[in-house]
Design a protein around this ligand. Structure first.
Ligand SMILES: Nc1ncnc2c1ncn2[C@@H]1O[C@H](COP(=O)(O)OP(=O)(O)OP(=O)(O)O)[C@@H](O)[C@H]1O
Ligand SMILES: [Mg+2]
Length: 117
């Protein structure tokens, strides 16, 4: 399993969520975050003026997916989270050791990600 963590513009959340669901990746966690990327706020204009060292409001989407769904998940986010400009966000990918569904106590690679009962 992989953990896909995408930090995106809040304005793109609905499109990304809809597209992930359509791609049969319905399980997501969304966290409001603030941060800066490489520009540290310098080259992105905020309310008409260049701001130094601002923390931009973003949302973090977390998807735990099977290894087979990794590229699909990344592609969906790339296609739906972009305004084709600086500050569009970043995607980080991690290995996941295990997932356990609390209601059924079932553990494993695939069961927690697909509803079978
Ligand atoms: N290396 C990083 N570590 C942690 N968070 C990061 C990192 N890079 C970006 N982020 C987070 O992602 C958000 C969006 O980053 P952003 O898209 O501006 O990245 P960038 O590296 O500046 O790329 P770009 O040149 O496209 O702007 C930031 O506000 C920050 O929350
Ligand atoms: Mg940036």
């Amino acid at each position: 399993m992989k953990k896909i963590e995408a930090i995106i513009r809040p304005s793109k959340l609905k499109d990304v969520q809809r597209a992930l669901k359509a791609a049969e990746i319905p399980c997501i966690t969304v966290v409001p975050v603030k941060g800066t990327g490489l520009q540290k706020g310098y080259s992105e204009r905020y309310r008409g003026t260049e701001q130094a060292m601002i923390l931009k409001t973003r949302v973090m989407i977390i998807c735990i997916v099977s290894n087979e769904n990794k590229e699909k998940c990344i592609d969906v986010i790339l296609e739906n989270a972009s305004d084709n400009r600086l500050g569009d966000g970043k995607i980080f990918v991690y290995d996941v050791e295990e997932a356990i569904r609390i209601s059924s106590k079932v553990r494993g690679c695939k069961l927690p990600l697909i509803r079978t009962v």
